[in-house]
Design a protein around this ligand. Structure first.
Ligand SMILES: [Zn+2]
Length: 355
């Protein structure tokens, strides 16, 4: 098959299956293709090394990378014209010690009003989140596995609120995952000397009403986020943790004090994207089901910690013990409820529980 056609089919298939990214990874004698779907790597196929190298070179060429450079990590992007529509893609390459390149392709989403909304089984949490974004200053944190729709939720919440009143929204991301023209979106570009910290600093100097920050990943960014929230900005960010309470211990690890958290933190949202159960196939929608398509195959379960629940978590003891929340609306309880209502399959119920 022609390489152009192969590349196009690959991206189309990834998009139809709802993959967030495609990985082409070398083994000794061949490559493996993976799709990341719902945060999980799924093996797609084996690709001959020769074919894989042609594909990598083709994408490097398309996205303006140096095709001859095979040792240094590179990144690039392109709008690929597919049937009826365009797909924004971001590429990054890196080599192993054998000088075999690997390629990661991220599929970016464009935000059309409403079209990106994942469904959720329980509206209560959505109402709570909508209340949170009405605050003028403070910190709202999102956590959950890669590909669980955190960015989509953040964008959708702010966009919905934003449409009611005019607000300045600045985003700092690495990279931008969803295009949204009503936000001022900024992106890390180390080649051009634009680093995460630089962007955060200069964005705060713009005094936006709301800031969306891709990720709190070190002490430096944690410090800046807290400072921003203390000085009259509404800051929304993601942070890596394995459950809602884990967000607090992670922040303490990054040098934030409990007092600062009490002063700034408005809410914590932990979310996972789970496959729905199809009522026709009586199976999960990600399998062979053709009744649901794209975003309709999955739904988000949110755990939202605010007010009293949050304050009680902020008692030192529970943070240090890194306990799981066991409120009536904790993630695991809502997952159980979704199962009891027949919204998800037994397999999903077991697999998505937080241990
Ligand atoms: Zn079905």
């Amino acid at each position: 098959m022609e390489i152009e056609k192969f590349a196009e089919n690959l991206i189309l298939e990834a998009r139809n299956k709802g993959a967030s990214d495609v990985h082409l990874l070398p083994e000794l004698t061949h490559y493996f293709l993976f799709f990341r779907i719902s945060g999980e790597m799924q093996k797609h196929s084996l690709v001959e090394s020769k074919e894989a190298n042609r594909l990598i070179s083709y994408f490097k060429y398309l996205s303006g990378m140096d095709v001859g450079e095979r040792r240094k990590p590179q990144s690039g992007s392109v709008q690929l014209a597919l049937k009826e529509s365009k797909q924004a893609l971001r590429f990054s390459t890196i080599s192993n010690f054998r000088s075999q390149e690997s390629l990661v392709i991220r599929l970016l989403n464009k935000m059309h009003t409403g079209s990106l909304k994942y469904t959720t089984f329980f509206q209560n949490e959505v109402i709570k989140m909508n209340e949170l974004v009405r605050f003028k200053s403070g910190l709202i944190l999102f956590s959950g596995p890669v590909g669980s729709g955190k960015t989509t939720t953040m964008y959708q919440l702010i966009k919905d609120y934003h449409s009611e009143r005019s607000q300045q929204v600045i985003t700092v991301e690495d990279p931008v995952e969803i295009e949204e023209t009503s936000f001022l979106q900024t992106e890390v570009n180390e080649k051009a000397g634009i680093y995460y910290e630089t962007l955060l600093k200069s964005s705060l100097r713009h005094h936006p009403d709301t800031m969306i920050i891709g990720e709190i990943r070190d002490e430096e960014t944690a410090k800046m986020v807290i400072r921003g929230a203390l000085t009259g900005h509404l800051i929304i960010a993601t942070i890596h943790a394995k459950n809602a309470v884990g967000v607090l211990s992670r922040l303490l690890e990054l040098g934030v004090t409990i007092d600062q958290l009490r002063q700034t933190l408005l809410g914590i949202i932990f979310q996972k994207l789970v496959p729905k159960r199809c009522f026709f196939c009586e199976e999960e929608t990600l399998a062979v089901c053709s009744h649901f398509k794209g975003y309709g195959k999955r739904a988000v379960i949110y755990e939202v910690l605010t007010k009293n629940e949050l304050q009680s978590c902020l008692s030192t003891e529970s943070i240090l013990n890194n306990q799981q929340t066991d409120t009536p609306r904790s993630f695991n309880r809502l997952l159980r409820k979704a199962y009891a209502y027949g919204y998800i399959t037994t397999t999903t119920f077991q697999k998505y529980q937080i241990p």
